[in-house]
Write a protein that binds this ligand. Structure first.
Ligand code: ADP
Ligand code: ASP
Ligand code: MG
Length: 413
């Protein structure tokens, strides 16, 4: 007997027919003798609809009330799945975030603090199935909190860690983690194994198949994490430790995958004076305002002359960033602030980069051959990212996928 968490995403929960199918997968695991907690997302499109309603109600809405609204999608699907399982003769019940409770701090992108598993232990002792809405928790004040978009993955892994599950299975609308988003590159290849570290980096640069925080948590707790299809019976992708991959003796590509992120906006400050402390005077206040600056490029000025400073922030923080910088204009003394939301960050990720030179050069040459201009570059030990005009997203991802030898064979595509 194993103890497992099964998480089903929005497409898998979209409508009663699909919920019935999810219920049959849960039934199979229960009948195999496993203790099962199911974590569900809202129906596909529902959270977007609820977010839009908040925006229509007020452009600067209260995050506490936003959470009250957007958490409701998962409440509906967990109730519906419990009803469906009961209809199949299975002892299932739903437990909201506040009923367990899943304690969290903050609103709109709340962090899970602790999860009480007493209720779950009683459910399992009685041979029952727990259905838990993803994405939600409860604050110390007793208010509903949500964990940020895509947060049901994090709910599932956190729950799996708290209840000491043997594994956490993430069921979604693709049959695993691919070398890039299979919806934009049909020749993307499914990966059988990915390391936590690579998945963490891929998720953080835009591969939305798993929420970044869920991968970080799985890595910390060494929780076996699997991504697999809700609809097809296929083996999926295992996310494993570095050592497990080394032990498997698999031949690996230097680059594991390519990801893209359209949620970045470029900000350029022109005429920045050349004096010590200027960069700190820009980024200090942005950090204090909780704005996450990502890529940074500064031109080196000729002695005594002014230069330009370019950086990126999440598109959602652009208005906030512009307001903060406007306040600093006089004290810093920059000439102009230029912004652009029509940019995309494209990244190549792979642990093999550590021991292979020339990965970045291949990226620059491949993009140059297509006439794609690079606005900014950042690198880490296992990643190279470039900022390019958004109109080239698909072309760039496709040509890089080919350049790094990731394309599937013609007949397998
Ligand atoms: P869910 O609703 O199940 O949480 P998501 O829409 O959040 O599903 O994530 C699944 C989607 O992630 C896929 O439909 C796919 O378009 C996208 N995706 C992006 N990058 C990748 C990748 N490298 N591998 C697989 N899917 C990816
Ligand atoms: N329903 C939430 C969202 O769409 C959480 C999730 O699906 O993971 O962001
Ligand atoms: Mg998701």
């Amino acid at each position: 007997m194993a103890r497992i968490v099964m998480k089903f995403g929005g497409t898998s929960m979209a409508g009663i027919e699909r919920i019935r199918h999810v219920a049959s997968r849960v039934k199979a695991e229960v009948e195999a003798g496993n203790q099962v907690a199911v974590v569900v997302s809202a129906m596909a499109g529902e959270t977007d609809r609820l977010v839009q309603l908040c925006r229509e109600a007020a452009s600067l809405y209260d995050p506490r009330e936003y959470d009250v609204v957007v958490a409701s999608g998962e409440q509906v699907t967990s109730g519906l799945l419990a009803i469906t399982l009961q209809g199949m003769g299975l002892p299932a019940k739903s437990y909201m975030g506040w009923q367990l409770p899943i304690r969290a701090s903050g609103h709109a992108a709340a962090l899970i603090e602790t999860i009480d598993v007493d209720v779950l232990e009683r459910v399992f002792d009685g041979g029952g199935i727990a259905v838990i809405p993803g994405f939600q928790g409860v604050t110390a004040e007793g208010a509903v909190a949500t964990l940020g978009r895509g947060g049901s993955d994090t709910s599932a892994v956190a729950l799996a860690a708290a209840m000491k599950a043997d594994r956490c299975d993430i069921y979604t609308d693709v049959d695993g983690v691919y070398t890039t988003d299979p919806r934009i590159v049909p020749r993307a290849r499914k990966l059988d194994l990915v390391t936590y570290e690579e998945m963490l980096e891929l998720a953080s640069v835009g591969a939305k198949v798993l929420q970044t925080r869920s991968v970080g948590l799985a890595m910390r707790y060494n929780m076996p994490l699997k991504v697999l299809s809700s609809f097809e019976d296929k083996p999926g992708t295992m996310i494993v430790s570095d050592e497990a991959i080394e032990d498997s003796n698999m031949e690996r590509n230097v680059i594991t995958g390519i990801a893209y992120d359209k949620n970045e906006a470029r900000v350029t400050l022109t005429g920045i004076p050349d004096r010590p402390g200027v960069v700190a005077a820009v980024f200090g206040p942005l950090a204090d305002a909780n704005i996450n600056v990502d890529m940074i490029v500064q031109n080196i000025p000729r002695a005594g002359e002014a230069s330009d400073l370019t950086f990126t922030v999440p598109t959602a923080s652009l208005a906030h960033t512009a307001a903060e910088l406007e306040k600093l204009k006089e004290s810093i003394g920059f000439a102009e602030m230029l912004t652009d939301t029509n940019v995309v960050k494209v990244s190549a990720v792979g642990v093999g980069m550590r021991s292979n030179a020339g990965i970045a050069a291949t990226m620059f040459k491949t993009l140059a051959d297509r006439g794609i201009n690079i606005v900014a570059i950042t690198t880490s030990e296992i990643k190279v990212s470039v900022l390019i005009p958004e109109e080239y997203t698909e072309l760039a991802v496709r040509v890089l996928h080919t350049a790094y030898g990731l394309d599937a064979e013609e007949d397998a595509a």
